[in-house]
Structure formats: C-alpha cells, structure tokens
Design a protein around this ligand. Structure first.
Ligand code: NDP
Length: 291
C-alpha cells in the first residue's frame, strides 16, 4: 500500500528555532534588548511542571531570558494576579504565560484577562481571540498549538485556500482557534465535536484534517479521504512522562490512505514550543519597535 509523507515537526521546529536564535542576537547587538518570557506554574501537576521545564529550556536554547514563578496549589488568586500585574509592568518581560490548567479554586477567566494583551504570548486573552475571529482585525498573538499546525502546512507548501478543512475538537486553546485560522486562510471549515452526528462522513470530505480531540485512536483510516493532509495534535510521551503514547488518529491505517501526516511524537508538540518562542520574539520587537 502507498505510504504517506511524514510531516517532520521536529525538523521544522529546529529550523524556526535557528531563525529565532539569529534574530535574538541581531536584536541584542542592535539595541541591547534580550526578549524575556515569564512563566507561572501554580500547583504540583507533573505534566504541567514538565511543560514549564521544556519551555524554559527552549528559551535558553535560543537566547531568550526566562523568568519562572512557582506557587503552591493553595495560593490565593490575588497572589497570582499580583505577579501578573508586576510582569505587565516589567520592561524585561515581553511575554507572560500562565500554565493551564489552574487549581480549581481559581477563576481562569480573571487570570487570563489580567495578562496585558501586548504580552499575551499564549494568545488566550479574549481580545486576541476576538480579533482572530473578526474580519479586518489582527490579533497581537495567535495561540501556539494551532499556529504551529498552520505553520507546518505553510512550510510544507500545502495549499489551504479553497480547501475543505475539518477540525476535530473545539477547545479554546486548540480546536476553536485552529478553525478560525483555517478560515482566515480561506479554507471552508467544519468543526466536529462530541455532539456531532456521523463524524466519519464529515471527516471523509476533508482535504485537511486537524485532530485535537481528547480521545485516542478515534479517527480511523476509513474516515479519511484519500490524499488528505492530516495534522494530529496528539500527546508526546516524552513531554508528559508516565502517559502512554496517544494518537488521536489511528496512524497505521491513516498512513495507507492520506498523502501526508504528522507523527506523534515529533509533529505538533515541538511546533507548539517554537511558536511560543516566536511569539515572545515578536512581542519584544513590537514593544521596542525593532524590525
Ligand atoms: P479538550 O479536552 O479541551 O477538548 C477536546 C475536544 O475534543 C472537545 O472539543 C470535545 O468536544 C472533543 N471531543 C471529545 N470526544 C470527542 C468525540 N468522541 N468525537 C468528537 N469530538 C470529541 O482538549 P484540548 O483541545 O485542550 O486538547 C486536545 C488534545 O490535544 C488534548 O488531549 C491535549 O492533550 C492535546 N494537546 C497537545 C498539544 C501538543 O502540543 N501536542 C498541545 C495542546 C493539547 P466537546 O467540545 O463537545 O466536549
């Protein structure tokens, strides 16, 4: 059987990190500014701690400063808000990231709203999401995972304009912004979620599939249109230790049908972090008016 082209997210992310490294040192040499990312981790979740560690390491690898704040699970929301407010005012900080999910007693909306939209490198502020949804408006930042999915399509030269795209999942952080981005790029977009009837029929029509469903091995090979391009926002077990490798697409079957697909690991995961670095660099450039 034919075998799909593998979309190498690890390689593309490395390319992007190299470009960022060059830009960070050019900026430092020209105006003496080093981009800085503040990362807040509240609570003791192991997966969140691993994500934060990886983000810090990634910053170091491209020369971006990182500032980490760790607060205990039972911290008060006001304490978190105080740190955010200080980071909003801190000229050494160009990006602020609050690792989700937050402890249950905290109000996610209050906390995400408190991040200055000019430093909202995760792109989760409602104003940034709102602008993403509106014609003729430009968000200051686009959420990293969906941005990474689109960047992979671009760098591999897959056409989006005019194509039928299906996004599986409608979360605020992946599915919904992925659908908005595809629409901005002139795809015709359908969103499949847990209440969708006959998802397989809908997925089967798609030229482009982005799967961000919270359920492993859901999409079978028989669901996919021959020649489709598939981006699987699966989970990387290297990033989240102790979890089994989780594909949201049934890869063995899919690879016989589609023309190209991202692997897990090595697909979307590394792109997410590369986009975070890219957003932080863009923020520093914008704040300092450096081109
Ligand atoms: P959520 O759990 O917030 O959202 C999952 C979505 O999948 C929901 O919209 C849900 O629908 C939908 N869904 C669940 N079951 C089905 C089903 N049977 N059929 C159709 N749709 C279904 O997850 P996230 O969006 O935050 O993340 C998606 C996955 O991607 C997660 O498992 C996460 O671990 C992974 N991820 C990977 C990243 C990476 O860098 N590789 C980064 C971020 C996330 P409904 O809205 O109706 O409930």
């Amino acid at each position: 059987a034919a075998s799909a082209k593998i979309i190498d997210g690890k390689m593309v992310a490395k390319e992007i990190r190299d470009e960022i490294t060059t830009e960070v040192s050019r900026m430092k040499d020209a105006i003496g500014v080093v981009p800085g990312l503040a990362v807040m981790l509240i609570g003791e979740r192991k997966d969140s701690a691993t994500y934060v560690r990886n983000k810090k390491k990634a910053c170091e690898s491209v020369g971006i400063n990182s500032f980490e704040v760790r607060l205990p699970e039972d911290s008060a929301e006001t304490e978190v808000l105080k740190f955010i407010s200080d980071f909003n005012d801190d000229p050494a900080v160009h990006g602020i990231l609050v690792q989700l999910p937050l402890p249950k007693h905290m109000n996610e909306q209050n906390i995400l709203n408190a991040v200055s939209i000019e430093k909202d490198v995760d792109g989760f502020h409602p104003l940034n999401i709102g602008r993403l949804a509106m014609r003729g408006r430009e968000p200051s930042f686009v959420p990293c995972t969906p941005k990474g999915c689109i960047e992979l399509l671009h760098r591999y030269g897959f056409q989006i304009k005019g194509k039928k795209a299906v996004v599986i999942g409608r979360s605020n952080i992946v599915g919904m912004p992925a659908a908005l981005l595809l629409q901005r790029e002139d795809a015709t977009v359908t969103i499949v979620h847990s209440r969708t009837q006959n998802p397989e029929q809908i997925v089967k029509e798609a030229d482009i599939v982005i799967s961000a469903v919270g359920q492993p091995d859901m999409v079978r090979g028989t669901w996919l249109k021959p020649g489709a391009v598939v981006i699987d926002v699966g989970i990387n077990p290297v990033e989240v230790r102790r979890l089994p490798l989780v594909f949201f697409i049934f890869h063995d079957q899919a690879r016989k049908v589609v023309s190209a697909i991202t692997p897990v690991p090595g697909g979307v995961g590394p792109m997410t972090i590369a986009m975070l670095l890219s957003n932080t660099l863009s923020s520093a450039k914008r704040i300092h008016n450096f081109q």
